[in-house]
Each structure stands twice: as C-alpha cells, then as structure tokens.
Design a protein around this ligand. Structure first.
Ligand code: ZN
Length: 105
C-alpha cells in the first residue's frame, strides 16, 4: 500500500496537498482472480487492523484466499484423489490447495 496524494480542503487557509495512506484494495481469488466476498476493503490499513478476527476473513478453509467456486473444486479434487484419481491429472493451480486439504485429513 503506497501513500497517495489527495487534495484536502482546509477550513482556514484554502486547499492544501497532504500525503494520505491509500485504502485497501478488493482482494482477489488466487486461482481465478474473482473478487472475494467477506474481506474488508475501502478502509485504511489501520482501520482493517482494528477489526476482529472474524471480520477480516470468512472462517472456512482457505477463507480470504480462494473464492467459493474454487474452494469447492479443490475439495472435490481432494475427494477424487482419495478414491483413486492420480495427482498428475489435477490442474497445477489447484495442486497446492489439494495437498493442503489432504494433509489435514
Ligand atoms: Zn476462484
């Protein structure tokens, strides 16, 4: 997060340019890149830090990392591996997440 220049209007002395910290961007899914739901955005970094743990990300596996569709797909692929599918047949983007699921079992 970089500092951005915003024009702030002072009450007494007209306009002044002040350095203000930028706001946090919308977070993206690490596989498909879609916008994540349930994660804070639009606040400053300080404002995000003041939130509680459950307000920062959804309390599901890979919450704040993967979107709902990709999370379901990763779980499906993990189930397929258990029932006999080979690891090499899985999409490379999903492999680290499938491995993490299999480690938890
Ligand atoms: Zn996704």
């Amino acid at each position: 997060m970089s500092k951005k220049k915003y024009l702030k209007k002072g009450r007494m002395h007209g306009q002044k340019i002040k350095l203000v910290r930028g706001k946090t961007a919308k977070r993206q899914c690490s596989i498909c890149g879609s916008k994540l739901a349930g994660v804070p955005h639009g606040a400053t970094k300080f404002g995000v830090g003041k939130l509680s743990k459950t307000q920062k990300k959804p309390s599901v596996p890979f919450g704040g990392i993967l979107c709902t569709v990709c999370r379901a797909t990763a779980a499906e692929e993990a189930a397929k591996i258990i029932s006999g599918k080979k690891t090499e047949e899985i999409d490379l983007r999903f492999r680290p997440f499938v491995d993490a699921i299999l480690k938890r079992l």
